[in-house]
Design a protein. Structure first.
Length: 274
């Protein structure tokens, strides 16, 4: 049954400091950014929280800049911000590529990278990109700031290490050597949730990350090791097959996902450019 906004409250902090104090003092507050995921839950009648903390006005969380040789992306940067950012296109072109394939223009204008990551769907398109970039999630509470490697952020299906009083402040992306590559396979090119989504770096330090084939996004360490030692394509694909655990669901079958994952890997390794 469709949910209703009646009886729900939105708190509007004007500074990050105020937002963090509100989160510390009130356990029941749920952060909201672009609302593109939250609104879907409301529409499906599965949104249980009643009090929300509106982050949208906190411009301090929207910065994209270089900091100490790393790319810094604030959690409130929208997918459109990522597409338009010259820094993202230069240092993390596969993140701009992923943002371009998220939803349609309206979703790209409202949906944020922080919301995509915090929502913790195994099909989230920026997740394999951030995993392959060795990004770091920066979490902030009223008391402290802590950094969590992206590959340690998820602890299970839709579970993260984020505590209730923490916000994702942003992401640090270290410099990457090699060619970046991103592909998403869905029912159609736009407005489709991924059946398989893969991101990788081809170069001296090969990296492969994949979404929609396990309860959380995966970094494929054994596949990466096989690529690094120059194994044949068949052996690399076998390594991948042992690392993924796809399931049959409403969007696809496990068998289809296995085949597509192997094909995407071959395409990534053969592709001359990102
Ligand atoms: C029509 C449609 C198409 C879509 N297509 C795609 C697609 O192709 N690919 C894809 O990956 N996704 C897709 N999505 C999902 C969604 O748009 C993205 O996940 C988006 O990035 C979510 O960001 P948001 O700011 O709207 O999050 P919100 O809905 O505001 O929040 C989502 C979750 O994150 C939490 N949250 C938000 N910001 C923070 C923060 N800074 N710190 C802590 N917690 C936070 C919220 O509490 C909530 O639990 C689609 C959604 C719709 C409705």
């Amino acid at each position: 049954m469709q949910g209703s906004i009646t009886g729900r409250t939105v708190v509007q902090p004007t500074t990050l400091g105020d937002a963090l104090k509100l989160l510390r003092d009130e356990r029941a507050l749920t952060p909201m950014a672009g609302c593109t995921d939250l609104y879907v839950s409301l529409n499906f009648g599965t949104l249980s929280p009643t009090r929300f903390l509106n982050l949208w006005g906190l411009d301090a969380l929207r910065t994209i800049e270089r900091r100490d040789g790393r790319l810094w992306i604030g959690a409130l940067a929208t997918h459109t911000d990522l597409i338009r950012s010259a820094l993202v296109r230069r240092h993390a072109p596969m993140l701009a590529a992923a943002a371009r394939e998220i939803g349609g223009v309206q979703i790209q204008n409202r949906g944020t990278i922080g919301g995509n990551v915090a929502n913790a769907s195994p099909a989230g398109d920026t997740l394999p990109v951030l995993a392959a970039l060795d990004a770091v999630v920066v979490l902030r509470s009223a008391q402290r700031r802590r950094s969590v490697p992206f590959t340690e952020f998820y602890t299970g299906y839709r579970k993260t290490v984020r505590a209730h009083d923490e916000l994702i402040e942003g992401f640090e992306v270290p410099a990457v050597r090699g060619r970046q590559w991103f592909r998403k396979v869905g029912t159609r090119a736009a407005q489709a949730i991924s059946k398989v989504v893969m991101a990788g770096v081809v170069g001296p330090d090969p990296r492969v990350a994949i979404g929609s084939v396990a309860p959380t996004v995966l970094r494929l360490r054994r596949t990466e090791a096989a690529i690094a030692r120059g194994a044949s394509l068949v052996d690399v694909q076998q390594a991948l097959a042992l690392e993924v655990a796809p399931i049959d669901d409403v969007r696809s079958t496990a068998e289809y996902r296995r085949r597509v994952a192997a094909n995407l890997l071959a395409r990534m390794l053969r592709s001359p450019s990102a």
